[in-house]
Design a protein around this ligand. Structure first.
Ligand code: FAD
Length: 499
């Protein structure tokens, strides 16, 4: 690999600075399965620093191998925020004092957030005004620019769409080093390109995110099903209903002992006696997870609505559990697990995750093959499974989704703490490959989310009819293919196409 010497960067006068000693730390990500050493790390002191650095690389022309990767919180799975021999921009250096909540004055409330800001900080700041963003990810220690470059999906997406559907405006540094403000009304092509754009068209330095009044509390409910068809039927009924829950997700539980006992540490059973008799081992079970927002003055209404909605569902009656928590506690729930896993040394292990979007028409067939055969005996981590509505996804963005009105997000969130056996990367990858092969052979119209393809051919197949637009936008906004090289979509001429 060609590593440019520091002199190449010396013409730049910056508010922030470059460092070289922390390059190895930027060659890591949450996936923990690959490592690309950058030449330098930019800690921008301003948006102009990012524009100057990208503009400088652009001015070096196509013969220079230098690339630039924005790094959010480095929670990618397969090198997406890394740059071999290039410049990594630590977007978190730009966060903090520029978070600005705007409300009143007859306009819907919004927050202007730096691209490197963590969603948890956006939440803390907006809650001070009794407001919050509408659409989330399950985990909030991710950056605004990082999730908006993918999609940002969680249990609110059925109602509000993914996070990319809840942005009013972006400020972007393009691959030419220009700083451009864009929105549906102004530079709309760049706006939609960057949303779900995998960092290919520019570096998001600021996002204007729509807000709504934040509830104080949520009732957080879990129930179990043993029948996949009734589980998904209820999920679909709930996401389509006018009066429904505020968050709807689900997960698959394969052969776990004492599942309800584990829930008791944080949830209350509706019927403790029946719940204690329930056996989960040896079975495949499906957990529907729901929340209903409320404030202290509308507890009775919330209770009535929840009771009415639950009465329409076909879950196993003895498995109804609930708890009431603050909105903040609910949204930050995965961080609580992170703290526990870190204490056990189980957070910074390899994560061979696989995230799929499966059309509704194939989900029963998919479940039969995957949960009934491929994963029958083992899996190593949570499996998420919940439906969303295509109508809430703006098809002008770069996000690729299946071509059906309802599709399911299915996330196999495996950890691989051991070097061999069931807890290894090799084992998880073998299962992932079998799942992908089944989808491809059965031609069920699956699309990968957070995909880690390694050849342009694979990316072309992923984008399908939308490739032409994606490629045209790349030529317009980053013609030298400087940005986000770790996605391995457009290689800079002098770089190898695959690792
Ligand atoms: P990075 O991983 O640092 O960057 C991701 C990509 O975007 C890279 O290509 C990078 O170059 C580019 N990029 C980063 N910042 C910018 C910017 N400002 N402008 C332009 N490009 C940029 N996703 C969901 O949708 N829903 C979930 O519920 C969800 N839960 C998760 C839970 C955990 C524990 C983890 C680790 C991830 C989860 N994700 C989820 C995936 C998450 O969306 C991705 O990890 C995503 O990459 C965001 O992480 P990041 O902010 O650290 O960005």
């Amino acid at each position: 690999m060609h590593v440019p010497d520091a002199d190449v960067l010396s013409p730049l006068t910056l508010d922030g600075h470059f460092t070289f000693h922390d390059a190895p730390a930027m060659a890591r990500d949450f996936g923990n399965r690959c490592s690309l050493l950058p030449a330098a790390v930019l800690h921008p002191g301003s948006v102009s620093d990012i524009a100057a650095a990208v503009g400088h690389v652009f001015s070096l022309g196509e013969r220079s191998p230098l690339t630039v990767a924005a790094r959010g919180h480095g929670h990618s799975l397969m090198c997406q925020s890394q740059a071999a021999g290039g410049i990594v921009v630590r977007m978190e250096s730009l966060r903090g004092d520029r978070l600005q909540v705007v409300h009143g004055g007859g306009v819907p409330p919004f927050v202007d957030a730096p691209g490197g800001e963590l969603w948890i900080n956006v939440l803390h700041e907006t809650l001070r005004y009794g407001l919050a963003p509408k659409s989330w990810t399950d985990y909030l220690h991710l950056t605004v620019g990082g999730t908006l470059s993918n999609a940002g999906v969680s249990g609110q997406a059925f109602r509000h769409g993914p996070q990319v559907s809840n942005v009013n405006q972006l400020e972007i540094v393009t691959g030419r080093g220009d700083v451009v403000t864009c929105s549906p009304e102004e530079n709309a092509d760049l706006f939609y390109a960057a949303l779900g754009g995998l960092g290919q068209f520019g570096i998001i330095t600021r996002a204007r995110i729509a807000l709504e009044p934040a509830p104080k509390m949520v009732r957080w409910i879990r129930v179990l099903y043993s029948d996949f068809a009734s589980f998904t039927e209820d999920q679909e009924m709930l996401i389509m209903a006018e009066k429904t829950f505020d968050y709807i997700e689900g997960f698959v539980i394969i052969n776990r002992t004492g599942i309800l006992n584990n829930w008791r540490t944080s949830f209350k059973p509706q019927d403790p006696v029946q719940a204690s008799r329930f056996q989960s081992d040896g079975r495949v079970l499906y957990c529907l997870e729901l929340t209903k927002n409320f404030n202290s003055d509308d507890v009775d209404t919330m209770e009535q609505e929840v009771t009415a909605l639950l009465s329409r569902l076909g879950y196993i009656r003895s498995t109804l559990f609930h708890t009431d928590v603050t909105y903040l506690e609910f949204l930050d729930r995965v961080h609580t697990s992170e703290v526990k896993l870190r204490a056990q040394g189980l957070w910074e292990v390899p994560h061979p995750w696989l995230n799929l979007l499966i059309p509704r028409s194939s989900i029963q067939r998919f479940a039969k093959e995957v949960f009934g055969k491929i994963l029958k005996d083992s899996n190593n981590g949570p499996i998420l499974l919940y439906p969303v509505n295509k109508s809430k996804w703006d098809n002008r963005t770069s996000v690729v989704i299946p071509d059906e009105e309802i599709f399911y997000l299915v996330g196999f969130l495996s950890s691989a703490p051991s070097l061999s056996g069931h807890g290894s990367v090799a084992h998880a990858m073998n299962l992932n490959n079998q799942i992908v092969e089944f989808c491809e052979e059965a031609d069920i119209g699956m699309k990968q989310y957070l995909a880690a393809y390694t050849t342009q051919q694979q990316w072309k197949a992923h984008f399908g009819a939308r490739w032409e637009t994606f490629e045209r936008r790349k030529h317009t906004y980053d013609p030298l293919a400087i940005l986000a090289p770790g996605q391995r979509i457009f290689p800079k001429a002098s770089l190898p196409l695959s690792l």
